[in-house]
Design a protein around this ligand. Structure first.
Ligand SMILES: *Cc1c(COP(=O)(O)O)cnc(C)c1O
Length: 380
């Protein structure tokens, strides 16, 4: 923090407020699991999976150890392996591409739109020119859903296997349909900062396909199809009973309310922020966002000045994400393709600032963020 800066009062995430709200229920869940004397793959995991699938509006959920594992296991369940080419976005958490690399497959990056979302028109052009691409990993980044109708058409027309990265998009919908419902499988994360955050690492795979769900259950547990019968080179990626219990009792029942509050905050920002030097992200009329992140875009040479300005008002900002995935150092050692370049994504990486958005922000705090953003003038 620079000299004279104010300690942030308006936070990106507020885990103390979270504990104040859920601590009682989480403690009860802990006592129940402890006294059950059963800690791995038991009734708690099964009950959470059912509750999650119901809330999501899909038939099956499979709890795993993280969002990264949910993505990697989903790809492996669909047969993705060494040499396969997987179309994806250059702007996301690195985990999206890491999951592809871990299967031995080759990421093919399409550029993003000026909103930072995977450009589906660019995907269509790339797919038309590269018949060898059989997999697609789209990301509903920031909790803004991609056009599910177009995703579904791409899947059909090009015969793709699709894993939707829904780590940021739980409860987001397109024309009322949930993000995660048009791919073969959807992967999500319960990393603490996510909309449904655990008190540690956890994730899940969702699908309407019973056979794929069964395979995912095998892959998460050493590749066993039954006890001591190993049919895949699987993972140890089991959601534990304790996290399942905390998620089901303390967090999942509150998710709708939390999401509603996130959407209110997003709408207040959308209406209140009026500054010609700041571009807001637009949500298409068909989309209902999850309110996971609220990115704004400024000219690349002004980004650090905006962050410093927010900091001086006691407001925490963040960058999602500072580096395009193909530009990460490790990518130099792994084959990947950039058929149309990723100029837009690279520019956004230097322009994006995330404003605080979480269920615990008060209307006064939201008004303060709006005032701070509106008061900002870029250095000239
Ligand atoms: C958080 C996140 C992941 C990875 O989830 P982990 O649980 O941290 O492994 C993957 N993709 C996106 C878009 C994410 O935001």
């Amino acid at each position: 923090m620079s000299a004279g800066a104010v300690y942030p009062r308006i936070l990106l995430n507020d885990f103390h407020a979270l504990w104040n709200e859920v601590g009682g229920d989480a403690t009860q869940a802990f006592q129940r699991v402890g006294s059950s004397a059963w800690f791995i793959l038991g009734e708690e995991v099964a009950a959470f999976e059912q509750a999650l699938a119901r809330v999501w509006g899909l038939d099956h959920a499979v709890g795993v150890a993280s969002g990264l594992d949910a993505l990697e296991i989903s790809l492996r369940v669909l047969g993705c392996g060494p040499g396969d080419r997987v179309l994806t976005t250059p702007l996301s958490a690195f985990a999206t591409t890491l999951a592809i690399l871990k299967t031995g497959a080759i990421p093919v990056f399409a550029d993003t739109t000026d909103q930072g979302l995977l450009d589906l028109a660019a995907c269509r052009r790339i797919l038309a020119q590269s018949p060898g691409i059989r997999f697609l990993v789209p990301v509903h980044l920031y909790g803004v859903p991609l056009d599910l109708n177009e995703l579904s058409r791409l899947r059909e027309e090009f015969g793709l296997a699709v894993v939707e990265d829904c780590a940021q998009s739980i409860l987001a919908t397109w024309e009322g349909r949930p993000a995660g419902s048009v791919g073969d499988l959807a992967a999500t994360s319960f990393y603490p900062t996510k909309n449904l955050g655990a008190m540690g690492d956890a994730g899940a795979i969702l699908t309407n396909d019973e056979k794929l769900a069964a395979r995912a259950r095998e892959f998460r547990d050493y590749g066993q199809s039954g006890r001591y019968n190993h049919v895949h080179v699987g993972h140890n990626s089991r959601l534990d009973e304790l996290h399942a219990a905390i998620l089901r009792d303390a967090c999942l029942p509150r998710l709708a309310g939390w999401t509603q509050r996130r959407r209110e905050v997003a709408n207040q920002y959308q209406r209140g922020i009026q500054n010609s030097e700041i571009r807001l992200s637009a949500t298409p009329a068909e989309a209902l966002r999850s309110g996971h992140l609220f990115p704004v875009f400024v000219s690349p040479d002004q980004r650090d000045a905006l962050l410093a300005h927010l900091e001086s008002w006691g407001i925490q900002g963040a960058i999602h994400y500072p580096v395009a995935i193909p530009d990460q150092p490790v990518m130099a050692d792994y084959p990947h393709e950039l058929p149309t370049g990723c100029t837009t994504a690279r520019t956004l990486c230097r322009s994006v600032v995330s404003l605080p958005i979480n269920p615990y922000l008060t209307d006064e705090q939201v008004a303060e963020v709006i005032a701070a953003v509106n008061a900002w003038r870029g250095a000239r």
